[in-house]
Design a protein around this ligand. Sequence first.
Ligand SMILES: *[C@@H]1O[C@H](CO)[C@@H](O)[C@H](O)[C@H]1NC(C)=O
Length: 419
Amino acid sequence: MRPRRLVSLLLALALAACAHAKVYFKETFDDSWTERWTKSKWKEGEESEGDWAHTAGKWYGDEKMDKGIQTTPDARFYAIWAEMPEAFDNKDSDLVLQFSAKHEQKIDCGGGYIKLIPESSKDQMETFGGDTPYAIMFGPDICGYSTKKVHVILPYKGKNHLVKEDIKCKTDELTHVYTLVIHPNNTYQVYIDLKEEKTGSLYEDWDMLPPAKIKDPDAKKPDDWDERPKIDDPEDVKPEGYDDIPKTIVDPDATQPDDWDEEDDGKWEPPTIPNPEYKGEWKPKRIDNPDYKGKWVPPDIDNPEYVHDPELYHMAPLKYLGFELWQVKAGTIFDNIVVADDFEEAKAIAEETWGKTKDGEKEMYDKAQEEKKAKEEEERKRREEERKARGEDDDEEEEDYEPIHEDDDDYMETGKDEL
Ligand SMILES: *[C@@H]1O[C@H](CO)[C@@H](O)[C@H](O)[C@H]1NC(C)=O
């Protein structure tokens, strides 16, 4: 077969393989993005209202392709949303939510997650914000040294449930792709850069349902339940005369000092010492308790609060997507959002976008770091020269010194608590 024919055949096979796949939403943020995205009126006019820029950022592989939306300026609430052309009911179907995030600002504290929102939140979308009901909250969250994780929050019956597994997010300044897949058999996967980071069960890795079994609160330990592993040996008896052994005895080696004067010092009494024969109070030997039954635990009973939900994965029809974030240091760029019913489809989109530009982005990033270092070195030298010219010692402190880069500045941890 000629190579071209082979390629066509492979393409045809690939297409056939995902013939049933459907992409409900795909956003690569080309210049028409404002037709689809609406800034929320949530914080409109308030000082805390953040904005969104359309940019590929400081480093990218392809300036046009890598354009996304970026939070700006620092320490604000950012809220923006889009409507999917068609609602997605994930009954009996996989659900895939994917997007990329680039924390090029070297984020110290701020969310980087997306929300998938049900159709039922329609009336609240205009002011979409922290209180707007959502179906999934997914993506990285970084704050200080302790929070560096991928959130997967699934609200269930009015309560938000965090994934109990610790899924570490990326903390560098490059673009990373986050993918969540939820299957109708109530299992899930989290991928970062198309690599599986976590897989498990919706029943086990969240506490959406209360425990199916509980300890019977009415059970009582039976009176004859013996919990003592060891007992005194009833056969053991105290040896005769045991209690007559004194604790102390007169020191047999002591002698009256030569200069002892009975008139002045009184009658000499030899000191007493501990009796080596004395073995303490008598105690019977300890033996294994033949009646030992182990520690009593109340029996398990069915939890009356438990109602099994065989469709934990099934969400209300989904219609909106949104970013609703608080960031101390803004500058995160979001891009390439996909909602689909097939992971392979989402993966193909990621490979066509991020996959094609990530190496170029890394190159540009590395170059920028080198330039930054060189500039800092130059600056350091310039200051040294200045110091020398003024005739100051090297170790003398410069009062007007200002750090060029603010990476080491301490920011307060003001991450917004989702729960
Ligand atoms: C659940 O479904 C997925 C996708 O069909 C499959 O890969 C996985 O093995 C299933 N897991 C279980 C526990 O059945």
